[in-house]
Write a protein that binds this ligand. Sequence first.
Ligand code: ADP
Ligand code: G6P
Length: 723
Amino acid sequence: MQEAEGQLVVVANRLPVEPIYLHGDPDEEVIGWRLAPGGLVSALESVLRTQDAIWIGAGDQLPEVEHGSLRLEAVAIDPEDADDYYEGFSNSAIWPLYHDAIVTPSYHRHHYRAYERVNRAFAQRVAEVAAPGATVWVHDYQLQLVPGMLRELRPDVNIGFFLHIPFPPSALFAQLPWRRRILEGLLGSDLIGFHTHDDARAFVYSCERFLGLTAHEGTVRWQGRRVAIGAFPIGIDAEGFARTAGDPSVIERAAQIREEMGNPKTLLLGVDRLDYTKGIDIRLKAFAELLQDERLDPASTVFAQVAVPSRENISQYQQIRDEIELLVGRFNGALSTFGATPIHYLRRVLEREELIALYLAADVMLVTPLRDGMNLVCKEYVACRNDDTGAVVLSEFTGAARELTQAYLVNPYDTTGVSEAIVQAVEADPAELQSRMIALRAAVFDTDAKAWAEEFLHTLQTGLASTTAAVADDRDQAKLPLEQLAQARHLLVCVDYDGTISPIVADPQAARPLPEAVQALQALAALPQTTVVVVSGRALENLREVANLPTDIHLVGSHGAEVDAPLELDPAQQRLLEQCTTAAEELVAAVPGAHIETKPGSIAIHVRRCEPKAGAELIRAIVMGPGRYPGVLGRHGKEVIELSVAHAQKSDAVRALRQRFDASTVLFIGDDLTDESVFADLSGHDVGIKVGAGDSAALWRVEAPSDVALLLARLAQERAEAG
Ligand code: ADP
Ligand code: G6P
């Protein structure tokens, strides 16, 4: 990806620095400043370091921080406006409204006026300091009017906006007396980014409803300009966390922490800002219920909750703090014995090393927000688990749940469900935890903070937003938009093979496509502006042989590593693959029914024909053995584990094909875990269909390959008629 060019101006309410206190004690005087270790700073660090960059934030005085070419600029906020802007409009109106109105938002005209004035002060400062043609990246809900104001002052700059919190459904957004002003402010941007497609779609719905705009392929037209809208899920500095977690002194500290807590058999952990959105009370209640019902043993289970004080002048924050502290006191009073306190509650900021040691010490991470834009804590925990142990209980209502599908996902409004998930995580077989953690780590390391920042800036600077953008359409499960697919300018139809157009059978070599599916695919391929591709995890050669499909259907093998042509490995990859094969052969030899499939960039160990327990044990041995060689990626499928040395994903191939054929719309149908990378990548008018049960990022679902065949036949007919 190309590096950002020209000047970058980052605009956020907070400056990216924190004070250094004498003796590290916050009650002592400030003796200097350093860059804060927050998510946004680490995400932007690489781009900030390599180019002329300015960070503009609120502040009375400018802390003196040297950081390469980064310059800081403080916007002084009129003391008369400070509270109404921050505690008032930002955190008593927008914050609760955008978090599903968990607490009732309060709307006051004087709060909004102050918000407007502060946003104007930010826009003016940007206009003063930005170089001609600069890229300006405005962050978060405190500054939603800045893009519109800045565009009026400086039409020459390129403006991006990223919302770090959810965007509410239009039925809720409707409450806001200044809803049109906020939308107009945001639409001053060239690109508006959200964490999830749901947020992006909610924003587009509101633009349609309150401004009468119509969206097309991830963009809306506003005042003669094209405004792109997309989903850019933020990541963390995963390598950085993993590195610190591997430091011997941090590992030792983790052991010490467990000891200090009385060496519990199980340590559960929560880490959050003390905010009513985080569901800290919910997990406390679920935990206490489990101890009371003796499903967890109070003598050997500890729950540690670390809560950072936050927005303490706002009454709802004082209330949630009181509630939590009351619960902790009440539960500990009822459940403690001399020497064993089940809940440890720390209300403070931790140093990064201490936080990481705590992540390492914890067996189960509890992340139960009622609503959260992304939630970085769960990603940080996962990044620290270098030995693939540990578990995450994660609320469905976080942005992170869209990516961390192998966490124990829970509805935080259902305390019984949360309790059940905690027990499941505590009692899970280590092999299950390990395979889940491997998948979680792949997700966290795949899109890290740097990739997020680069992707956003690249989209902003090149205008190539359509592959990540979302549009408003009704993705009702019941209403598959066949008509829309039938009318697409250029339709790219991609289907997985096994379990999608070919029913699963015991012998992979015997898997044949359903004749009706082949017929429908062929009919589609014969239509103009229609490209049909089978995207399989199988080796290209093997797919060609087994599927025996007509030549006008393109083939992609090895999970996207082989697009129309066989893969070539470099000598190091070749050696690594040989080592994996030798180790796997030894393990497989001892398990009747198991067999190894060799592919150009990987080996797949199939256990479909094994006795189930033996099969599960073999997969575990593979994961623990060759699966851990550096450079090897383990992929779990249905009764198969694949170790690959060439790390393509199906989404890479679909992206490349989309570009190659200049496709306007993608239909992707798949049934397995490896298809999820594509579903997560779809946008705009694209359609993702999952075959069968199980978690999925796909928005539509059918039951079996026979449904796929029917659906493809209907599509072929409608597209032929539309053409
Ligand atoms: P939010 O942005 O709403 O606070 P996130 O989970 O996205 O929630 O981010 C919280 C950030 O704050 C994480 O980077 C986390 O490491 C940090 N954090 C949370 N609790 C503490 C703590 N007690 N001490 C230090 N850092 C903390
Ligand atoms: C969330 C918001 C940020 C905010 C942070 C801390 O992450 O998205 O914009 O900076 O919370 O809140 P505070 O009010 O202390 O800045």
